[in-house]
Design a protein around this ligand. Sequence first.
Ligand SMILES: [Cu+2]
Length: 508
Amino acid sequence: MAPFESRRSFLKAASLTAAATVFPTNKVLAQAGTSPQQSDSPVAPSEQDPADYTLRIKNSPIEIAPKRIISATTYNGQFPGPLLRFKESAPVTIDVHNETDTPEQLHWHGQKVPVFVDGASEEGTPFIPAHGRRRLMFTPGPAGLRFYHTHNRAGANLAAGQYSGQVGPVYIEPKQEAGRYDREVFLVLKEFEPTFSRGGDMPQNFLPPKKIKALEDQGESAMKASLAKGMPHGYEVGYQSFTINGRMLGHGEPIRVKRGERVLFHVVNGSATEIRSLALPGHFFQVVALDGNPVPNPASVPVLWLGTAERVSAIVEMSHPGVWIMGDLADDDRHHGMGIIVEYAGASGKAHAGKGEWIAPPKFHWDYSLFAKPGATAAQPDETFDMIFEKDNAAEDGFNRWTINGNAYPMSDQPASASFHLQQGKRYRIRMRNASDDIHPIHLHRHSFELTKIGGKPTARVTKDVVMLGGYQEAEIDFVADNPGLTLFHCHQQLHMDFGFMALFDYV
Ligand SMILES: [Cu+2]
């Protein structure tokens, strides 16, 4: 599949599935069960109207390279799912059909939506029943790059949750675009064919080195004690194949550019578990938005780093003709597909015929504060929550168990109670301390937050919904409680969230 490009080529998902968008049967509606329009009458009038968009969750073959065809649960039989373009504040109706045997949750990541549509069973969003349908109606926002993905727990099932192909980009058109550019290209980064291993090789040294000694001592001694008891290292996940927009490097349509063009890349890390990097030899990325939100200081950087579920919007001025590999810094992952060819018009020579050239960029620390307004945020929190994140090595059937302030979120289907209580309108600060050596991409549902301290440095006006917290590091985020209802807070690494790394906030 070609990279998603420009408004011109955008098709509404509904039109892609027009043949399948037939009048819903009563059977399907009965199974759907839970829609805001449904009361006592089985079919409310608005259920009869066609939806603006239709998504079908189904198991599909996906060709990630010629004759390399994998099986994945997808949206509309494709990977990534269709690009959904919304307008800020213009309500949409979306029918989600689940053609699989498993009840599903579709999460509207990064959007300020009610619990009823957010797509997290922990908050109380109804499941999309197996072989059923839910009609969702909501007002998209805030503007910018968002995405949608499954929010099912996978646990030990590597075919479930975000290990599958249930990831698609969302772009909510702002009233005014950040930065001047000639065209847009959407890139969804995603691995396939996962396997378990003992221990992993997560990149560690790309964040500024700001370890806190006390956290390190605590984490290292817990690990030593576990290993001394004869425990193995907890399971990690690795992958056989790596793709951008569902195609391995060299097997998709190249991004064709012209010298002097300014291309706005919207990059989504759709991985279940991995941190990704992206570089384009000889070029810089001017970062204009993080997680879809414009940054106050659009700095230029040689490499983008994205934790799971993070997004970066960055403008590249095409000033270095050639045929290049835009790819991950990890050689092994790039050799297994994590890259895409960028080809200048008229470029030829030794690097042609679909094979691009790769040059590793200079060493660079990914530091969110580069994009911030210097100094501390002006706003003061009404209340501060302290959180410490800890790993209990291999404690849960060989999986690492994760805790927030000593509590692992229950791994049963039973609803859990909220551990943090919010009052509407108040501003909260979360002071996060990571007593593990892993990097955690921390996500808050249904709210955006301001990054107020990272690597010991006060920051202001970087608005995000996921932030990577480095091993044995600390960070602070502020948010305003302005969207009542149960709200899930979790690490977005599937193996971490599935094994305890979640907490619920409620409004009291
Ligand atoms: Cu984590």
